[in-house]
Write a protein that binds this ligand. Sequence first.
Ligand SMILES: NC(=O)c1ccc[n+]([C@@H]2O[C@H](COP(=O)([O-])OP(=O)(O)OC[C@H]3O[C@@H](n4cnc5c(N)ncnc54)[C@H](O)[C@@H]3O)[C@@H](O)[C@H]2O)c1
Length: 266
Amino acid sequence: MMEQNGNPARPVALVTGAARGIGRAIAQRLLRDGFDVAVLDVRDPQEMTDGMEALASEAGQGAVQYVKADISRTEDRAEALAAVRRRFGRLDVLVNNAGVAPRVRADLLETGEESLDFVLGVNLRGTFFLTQAAARWMVERVNAGEPLRPAIVNVASISSYVSSVNRGEYCISKAGVSMVTALFADRLAEYGIPVHEVRPGIIRTDMTAKVEEKYDRLIREGLLPIARWGTPDDVADAVSVLVSGRLAYSTGQVVDVDGGFHIRRL
Ligand SMILES: NC(=O)c1ccc[n+]([C@@H]2O[C@H](COP(=O)([O-])OP(=O)(O)OC[C@H]3O[C@@H](n4cnc5c(N)ncnc54)[C@H](O)[C@@H]3O)[C@@H](O)[C@H]2O)c1
């Protein structure tokens, strides 16, 4: 029998982009919820915020595996899932959190092909094909009658529906991710695999550090009903609910984690 380090009774979650920020908070939260967790990131493990040891020590009984992979690369996606299979032998939950902003914010009239390919390649293409591969594995397990506590959660954004003309490629990618949610929710319902989405608003992470002053001002001026920055833990809490298995008659749900930003106000 294949050697596995995880406890076969524990469900396993794979969280992409989990070396820092929102992904790290999700990994930590799912460990506390009783999952073994595979932390996937394109960064080296040494670059991880607070490191693997810190995460493992917060994990209680849970096992943590670091998988270095670039989700935009076909061979990396395959190898990442193979590594999870070798280590844990199962995959219950996939959280598609890895995402990039354009390297340079450029006006829509100047958006270059390379930037569009880069952002879509990670956020949309990477998410789509990793979901497809993970879903095939989950379906295999369902068909074989093997234990599974399945869920897939995509981390989209308010940019799924809000126009920002200085990073159009990001908005297009997140709108695409929202359709990935709907498509896989539809396709996987027959196997009892729910697919949901969180749409973070303005969350304090390295990604938003460059635009901190702008968002501070907008929040002060009344942009958000809940007048504060969101935290990675706010998003992790929502993911925790969505993968809890307690929403048995729901799939394709979108949870806005945005301080009420999506509410139209007069
Ligand atoms: N911070 C926000 O305000 C905010 C708002 C809405 C949505 N989001 C989304 O939340 C997710 C996490 O954002 P964050 O703010 O924590 O960003 P972040 O930049 O702090 O973290 C993203 C992580 O993803 C990893 N990553 C990037 N490209 C990758 C690739 N090709 N393969 C594997 N890993 C890769 C990075 O190395 C990094 O560790 C992203 O999808 C982002 O678009 C963030």
